[in-house]
Design a protein around this ligand. Structure first.
Ligand code: HEM
Length: 416
């Protein structure tokens, strides 16, 4: 109870300090505070002014232009931890005693550990391997679609956008008997913790989700060691290059990264098309636009809006000094709306050609390992929805989740 009280007090002070900075005009503090959080694009526009680099009163440096975001992500002077490899503390730790041991996954590690662990996971997610799953992903999507065709109205998030990627990544990893609602809860709780733990209640939920996931993977890893299959858990469990804790952490990363983001990509896509019916008609008329449409959603309404890097030596970004171990926030969601990189950036146009790449899957050493899978799932989902729904009739106005790093909808009700 003492730990809970101390955590509650610390979080309360932090929240109040951030809100005060936001009220005084600090744009980074605004991104994590209501009411600004819901529509970050005007904040991004202000942050892109000038050179596109900004020093926040939080002490952090923020980059918001496409050019600088891309540069920082590719620059080996920056890593995902401090130069000594110690900070930041593992994300998704609850801050409360009694949790399972949490170590950083390879998403949060620099070379050489990043290189070693990513190489072990990479073969399972290669573009060629993923292309072979198109039929299976289509099968899962059809199964989920059938009941929706008979309902007058339904929640696309809970009934389609969440269970589709959960079923796909679970089957790839080899997680049987999945309860999609329980996994969706893990995703929401741990996805929200990318902003930092928000309250004592949130910390308790994080601790519980971590414990349950660890229990699940510890059991499955033991089972696959005794009785290997063709799934990713079996392949990773057969490798002598991973410690027990690294193995469990890698499985947890692949599961969570594999659905939480893709769920929001599908939701953000449908909501954006609903507000741009001319683009929906265009998509329905031409299958060749499916791939470009997915990338346009990633540019326009990125499911992961930002990431962070640490300088490994004293350096500068567009003339702004960054000290060794200084933290830089990279706003990939702002890069997607940069007029220097995209014509008419605030217009949703699935026919864009010959423009810069968005950075929604990041860039450089940590470029999303699951990008081919995410693209495949989103294409299959949009193909199916466009075949069955000539118009997208949204019930009410959906609300964004109260998160900053992850941008996604709480629910999205559609009616026939
Ligand atoms: C729309 C869907 C997705 C989005 C927007 C997304 C976005 C991202 C981003 C921004 C990063 C890098 C973060 C950074 O640079 O700090 C990342 C890394 C990663 N993603 Fe995704 N992701 C998606 C889907 C997936 C899927 C389906 C998987 C499947 C396993 C996956 C697995 C990973 C992994 C393992 C990493 C860590 C790569 C590394 O650190 O080397 N992601 N993703």
């Amino acid at each position: 109870m003492k730990a809970e009280l101390a955590l509650g007090a610390r979080l309360g002070v932090q929240r109040a300090a951030l809100w005060a900075m936001a009220a005084r005009g600090d744009e980074l503090a605004r991104l994590v505070s209501a009411p600004w959080r819901g529509n970050p694009y005007p904040v991004y526009e202000r942050l892109r002014e000038g050179a596109g680099v900004h020093r926040s009163s939080t002490g952090l440096t923020v980059v918001a232009s496409h050019e600088l975001c891309s540069k920082v992500l590719r620059d080996r002077t920056f890593g995902v931890r401090t130069a000594d490899g110690v900070e930041p503390p593992p994300f998704a730790a609850s801050g409360l005693p009694g949790g399972v041991p949490v170590i950083p996954s390879f998403l949060e590690l620099d070379p050489p550990d990043h290189t070693r662990l990513r190489a072990l996971a990479r073969p399972a997610f290669s573009p060629a391997k993923i292309a072979g799953y198109r039929h299976d992903v289509g099968g899962v999507a059809s199964k989920l679609m059938v009941p929706l065709l008979f309902d007058d109205d339904f929640d696309l998030m809970a009934q389609f956008a969440a269970p589709l990627p959960i079923a796909v990544i679970s089957s790839l990893l080899g997680v049987p008997d999945v309860d999609a609602a329980v996994f969706a809860r893990y995703g929401r709780v741990l996805g929200a913790s990318l902003d930092g733990v928000k309250s004592v209640w949130h910390a308790l939920l994080v601790r519980r989700a971590n414990r349950e996931l660890r229990g699940l993977f510890t059991r499955l890893i033991a089972e696959r060691r005794a009785n290997p299959g063709r799934d990713v858990i079996s392949t990773l469990a057969a490798s002598a290059e991973l410690t027990e804790l690294e193995l469990a952490t890698t499985c947890e990363l692949l599961l969570l990264a594999g659905f939480e983001t893709t769920t929001n990509l599908i939701g953000n896509a449908v909501w954006t098309f609903a507000r741009n019916p001319d683009q929906w008609d265009r998509l329905r008329a031409d299958d060749a636009l499916l791939g470009p449409a997915v990338d346009e959603v990633l540019r326009y309404e990125a499911p992961v809006q930002m990431t962070a890097r640490f300088a490994h030596e004293d350096t500068e970004i567009a003339g702004v000094p960054v000290a060794k171990d200084g933290m830089v926030i990279v706003l990939v969601g702002a890069a997607g709306r940069d007029p220097a990189a995209f014509d008419r950036p605030d217009e949703f146009d699935i026919g864009r050609t010959g423009q810069n790449d968005h950075l929604a899957f990041s860039s450089g050493a940590h470029y999303c390992l699951g990008a081919p899978l995410a693209r495949l799932e989103a294409e299959v989902a949009l193909r199916m929805l466009s075949a069955h729904f000539p118009t997208l009739n949204v019930v009410g106005t959906p609300r964004w989740r109260p998160t900053t790093v992850i941008r996604g909808l709480r629910s999205l009700r559609l009616h026939h």
